[in-house]
Design a protein around this ligand. Structure first.
Ligand code: SF4
Length: 705
């Protein structure tokens, strides 16, 4: 007899693959097997090794099962009373901005919604930031500058039907493996399809590349600045599209010519062979169906927003947006980085894709929420938030489902910040992480396969995560814990949800509130969705226009954007290199990233023995010439020292990195490998517009041990 299964969504990367999970039964193995959902439009049955190992991660012997205060187990009531009493006191004594949430692209849209509502509408602070700041904040600002809204134009199908795919700042083979598999399969089927990889390292993604440009770290924007010039000089500018649908081309082009006046200048600036750059520009000029696929190598930069806009400029100039197989396509790192954006879960957003600066938005949201204490201006972005904690301005922080002691730059500063806070609340599934060790109050949270809600993947597809297993111990949903605190603060009726469905429906209603006529979206269906419909919700690509229940594959097909005049904006870009450059004292550039089989700080994937087989310990990849010159030994240990801290890592000799550059993965924590935390080395340099840290770039020196 066929086993019964339920559909849910993988909790790891932004591909957002559909997962079938066999329901456990008393007479069968309590660990249910998983498989890919053949009907899910993200993966059509595929799963990468992380996704297919999900069942191994469910048996967690380090599960946080009870609330605790200062290390002593307590009841939920006592923990929640203590939290609400402290919030009341600091808000009374120091104002609402003395409180902050620090959330995660791992939590569900419904959790995000209530946290955002409590902080921005009821406590009165916009200090609601998230580890999504480390993931896609630069892409968000660039989309807003160009399109007037944070809108991803493409869909995954575009990656399969384009004729030229430019992958920049992305090792998708390891970071978004199912998308990479789809691209590789499409290329095999359509051999004329070309793939260009732009990356300082020769990564696994280069295996399918027809051309690899191993650029100087951080020089990406110059490539696209020159591509804009070349589009003009080669006569491939789409004049009709530009006239009807864009503005600002002349200024952007003038800036591009000034910054990258020739191919040879650009090749020299980026450190690539002239013939390789020429090959790219020729392919670009000859190929209408072009997608530029970009990720953290672009976003995690002190000029990440400009890099994104340099890419978008090229697509606007050639009219390659809103069409099949064409567009600028940012790929998010996390499963719900998009869902958080939709409800306003960043410190510089308000709610439902509205910002504090959106005319009338603050009043509209206040009336919808019946909010007594509306925040009126942007809150603090992640790095600024932790600096404000260290300065004693933020006194209570509630960290949810993330491990900033490992993921934020400059661990020593993050430690000082949390030590300075009067109350650190951490909601997590895990008992022992580098961040739970800093908590005054620990709250046991439900995790993947236990919690109910929605996530939105990189192609705007909303999918359900379903609670299929019982919550262990006293673990509770994040939205429930937030609402219980809200009620104790006196906000009963606004937070009296019975479940995730109620929250989703309210989120949809806020999106629709006084919005009729502005957009032709069928929001009404979502806001009147029944519990049964929510439970059965199939993946759907947002937005959902009237008469198209499956949603929207591609945005901007009509050449209309979300600016006041409906025209997209070119942004003048002057490419700059990273803020810190190597010198005599700090002669190496450190690049960071992921390994194939681990996720973030390994709190889940670290439980799966099979996932450790691929890479079982932290390492630093160094070119053999540097290994020899420094007297290091392959597989020996090296000390990496930056102006901010140090780490000890195993040496892996590799020609994938160029001399003078090294690469180290981000995953290992104090809990897994003492003294190997990479964020110790990273400076708190951020993009001035997005606040996204330059986590992929630090200057260091190497010492033999
Ligand atoms: Fe999960 Fe991403 Fe792998 Fe898909 S590609 S199975 S979403 S980790």
């Amino acid at each position: 007899m066929a086993q019964a299964f339920q559909k849910t969504t993988c909790p790891y990367c932004g591909v957002g693959c559909g997962v079938n999970m066999v329901l456990p039964s008393a007479d069968k193995d309590p660990v249910p097997p998983v498989s890919g959902d053949e009907r899910h439009p993200a993966n059509f049955g595929r799963l990468c090794v992380k996704g297919s190992s999900l069942s191994q991660t469910l048996m967690d012997h380090d599960r946080l099962l009870t609330p605790s205060i200062q290390g002593h187990s307590t009841s939920w009531d006592e923990a929640l009373d203590t939290i609400s009493d402290k919030i009341t006191q600091v808000v009374k004594d120091h104002g609402p901005d003395a409180f902050a949430f620090y959330l995660s692209g791992q939590i569900l849209t419904e959790d995000y919604y209530v946290a955002n509502k409590l902080a921005k509408g009821f406590i009165g602070t916009a200090n609601v930031d998230t580890n999504s700041r480390l993931c896609m904040a630069s892409a968000v600002v660039a989309y807003k500058r160009a399109f007037g809204s944070d809108t991803v134009p493409c869909c995954y199908e575009d990656l399969e039907c384009c004729d030229l795919l430019i992958m920049v700042g992305s090792n998708a083979a390891w970071t978004h493996p199912v998308l990479y598999q789809r691209i590789a399969a499409a290329k095999q089927k359509r051999p004329h399809m070309k793939v260009v990889v732009i990356d300082p390292r020769q990564t696994a993604t280069c295996d399918i590349a027809d051309l690899h440009l191993a650029i100087k770290p951080g020089s990406d924007a110059a490539i696209f600045s020159y591509l804009l010039c070349h589009s003009d000089s080669a006569g491939v500018v789409d004049q009709a599209f530009m006239a009807d649908s864009t503005s600002g081309f002349d200024e952007a082009l003038k800036c591009a010519y000034a910054a990258t006046p020739s191919a040879s200048f650009t090749a020299d600036f980026c450190g690539v062979p002239l013939e390789d750059l020429t090959c790219l520009t020729d392919w670009w000029a000859d190929t209408d169906k072009t997608v530029t696929f970009y990720s953290q190598g672009i976003n995690q930069s002190s000029s990440g927003v400009d890099k994104c806009n340099a890419i978008i400029n090229c697509h606007l100039a050639t009219g390659r947006v809103g069409k099949e197989g064409a567009g600028p396509f940012s790929i998010t790192g996390q499963p719900n980085a998009m869902g958080g954006r939709e409800v306003g879960g960043l410190a510089n957003q308000l709610a439902a894709h509205m910002d504090f600066a959106t005319p009338g938005a603050q009043d509209l949201v206040q009336r919808f929420w019946q909010a007594p204490n509306m925040a009126s201006e942007n809150g603090l972005k992640a790095v600024d938030l932790f600096q404000a904690m260290e300065a004693g301005k933020v006194k209570v922080v509630w960290i949810m489902s993330t491990n900033p002691m490992v993921s934020l730059p400059d661990t020593a500063q993050v430690r000082r910040a949390l030590e300075k806070c009067e109350l650190v609340i951490v909601s997590d599934c895990k008992n022992n992480t580098d961040t739970t060790a800093m908590a005054d109050i620990l709250l046991p949270a439900t995790g993947w396969s236990e919690k109910n809600g929605t996530v939105t993947n990189s192609e705007r597809c909303i999918s359900r995560q379903r609670g299929l297993l019982p919550a262990p111990g006293e673990a509770r949903h994040d939205w429930w814990a937030i609402c219980e605190v809200a009620k104790r603060l006196g906000f009963h009726s606004a937070f009296s949800y019975q479940g995730a469905h109620d929250i989703f429906v309210e989120h949809a209603a806020l999106s629709a509130f006084e919005n009729s006529g502005k957009r032709d979206f069928d929001i009404g269906h979502f806001q009147s969705m029944t519990q049964a419909e929510y439970d059965a919700l199939l993946p759907v690509q947002w937005p959902v226009p009237k008469g198209q229940p499956a949603g929207t594959k591609r945005m901007f097909a009509d050449g209309q954007f979300f600016t006041a005049d409906r025209k997209a904006r070119f942004i003048p870009i002057t490419p700059v290199l990273p803020q810190h450059v190597s010198n005599k004292e700090w002669p190496f550039v450190l690049n960071t990233g992921r390994v194939r089989d681990q996720w973030h700080t390994m709190t889940r994937t670290g439980n799966a023995a099979s996932l450790a087989r691929h890479t079982n310990q932290p390492y630093v990849e160094i070119h053999p010439r540097d290994v020899k010159a420094l007297g290091l030994q392959d597989q020996g240990l090296a000390r990496l020292v930056s102006p901010h801290g140090q780490a000890i890592l195993r040496v892996k000799t590799s020609r994938a990195t160029s001399p003078g550059q090294v690469f180290a993965p981000i995953h290992w924590t104090q809990a897994f490998a003492n003294q190997s935390v990479i964020s110790n080395l990273i400076p708190q340099v951020v993009d001035p517009l997005s606040g996204q840290p330059e986590s992929k770039h630090a200057v260091i020196r190497l010492e033999a041990i």
